[in-house]
Write a protein that binds this ligand. Structure first.
Ligand code: ATP
Ligand code: LTN
Length: 335
């Protein structure tokens, strides 16, 4: 609880440009949550360091992510949008919590297994302890709810386990958070391989729709989307490509599957793919315009970052002091 309301916390890694998966699975669903909850969103730049980054490009991506949050409709005066690396409490709490996390638990994390097979030349300790840092992000703000895509469910479970373990030893220190996974859009798949999730680190440009892709590229990528050899637009287990396109279309237009099936009855895949492409391009167009003006407005972004960094640091310090005291670290002598 914060300011008398339930607290909601989430964030994204500041790596590359966001995809339609990030948008439909996460960002789009965050807008308006501030009406009900106290919302805090981080630019998760510390997490990005688990993969080698080019410094100048990395800085640009982090700022771009900040602007995309705002462009998507998160008002930085009503949502605390800040940089993870600007609040040192994340790293401090992460160390403490790593001493309350078992290697056996971390060994079970599927994201670690997946990322270490994709970056076999750089399986660093940060990649391994990534879930502890994520738990620290969430617990530092005493979050009640954490809206994420399906792929983060396991990280939420370990966060809850760590919080419960700590609370069992030291009393009620942490709020035990709940995952908040959307029904639609929780897992948008790659356009070139509908068995794989759409991911910003995919090397195949045709597999992902980036939020800043222009209209023509969006439509072209959807036209090339891998489907099956059938022609009927129908939601079925054996049609993962069509299912994915129907999910996307449904998220963007609000239509349910049977309405979509009816709309495209007798019309074939070509027309359907074009309609999905156009609907996505229409949905992203206002966001892209807003982004273009925001990214030029240095003074505004800087002032929002500064204000929210301070707010986040204040919230974080409260929890961190409590934790340090509970585990028996000696309090600082204040003048
Ligand atoms: P990468 O795949 O390169 O590791 P990512 O695209 O998963 O990165 P993250 O920063 O890890 O990006 O994820 C940000 C948010 O977007 C998370 O809440 C995650 O669950 C959600 N998300 C990511 N990909 C998808 C997807 N394909 N469908 C739905 N939600 C997604
Ligand atoms: N691991 C998350 C990003 C992330 C996050 C968090 C999400 C880091 N810390 C705290 C929610 C809450 C991901 O989406 N890959």
């Amino acid at each position: 609880m914060l300011n008398g309301r339930k607290t909601l916390y989430s964030g994204m890694q500041a790596t590359g440009t966001l995809t339609l998966g990030n948008y439909l699975g996460a960002l789009k669903n965050w807008v308006n949550l501030n009406e009900e909850y106290e919302c805090i969103y981080g630019v998760m730049d510390l997490h990005s360091l688990t993969v080698r980054q080019t410094p100048a490009e990395f800085r640009k991506n982090a700022r771009s992510l900040y602007a995309l949050y705002v462009a998507a409709g998160l008002d930085p005066e009503k949502n605390c949008i800040y940089y993870q690396s600007h609040v040192s409490g994340h790293a401090e709490l992460s160390w403490i919590l790593s001493c309350f996390t078992y290697m056996g638990e971390l060994n079970r994390m599927t994201q670690f297994k997946d990322k270490s097979s994709r970056h076999a030349d750089n399986i660093n300790a940060g990649l391994y302890t990534y879930p502890v840092l994520m738990a620290s992000d969430i617990l530092l703000y005493q979050a009640d709810l954490v809206p994420v895509g399906q792929d983060q469910k396991q990280h939420l479970e370990i966060t809850r386990d760590i919080a419960q373990r700590f609370n069992a030893l030291y009393g009620d220190v942490f709020t035990v958070p709940e995952a908040y996974i959307p029904k639609a859009g929780a897992k948008i798949m790659s356009l070139s391989d509908p068995q794989k999730k759409m991911s910003k680190s995919d090397e195949n440009a045709n597999a992902t729709i980036l939020l800043l892709d222009d209209r023509d590229s969006i439509i072209r990528k959807f036209k090339r989307a891998v489907t099956d050899s059938d022609t009927v637009v129908r939601y079925a287990e054996e049609k993962p490509g069509i299912r994915n396109l129907m999910d996307i279309y449904s998220c963007v237009t609000g239509k349910d599957y049977s309405a979509i099936e009816q709309e495209f009855e007798g019309r074939g895949y070509g027309e359907f793919k074009l309609a999905v492409g156009e609907a996505v391009a229409d949905e992203l167009s206002p966001l892209q315009k807003h982004y273009a003006s925001l990214i030029e407005d240095k003074a505004y972004l800087d002032s929002m970052i500064k204000m929210n960094d301070e707010k986040a640091a204040y919230y974080a310090a409260k929890t961190l002091r409590k934790v340090q005291k509970k585990v028996g670290l000696t309090e600082r002598i204040r003048a």
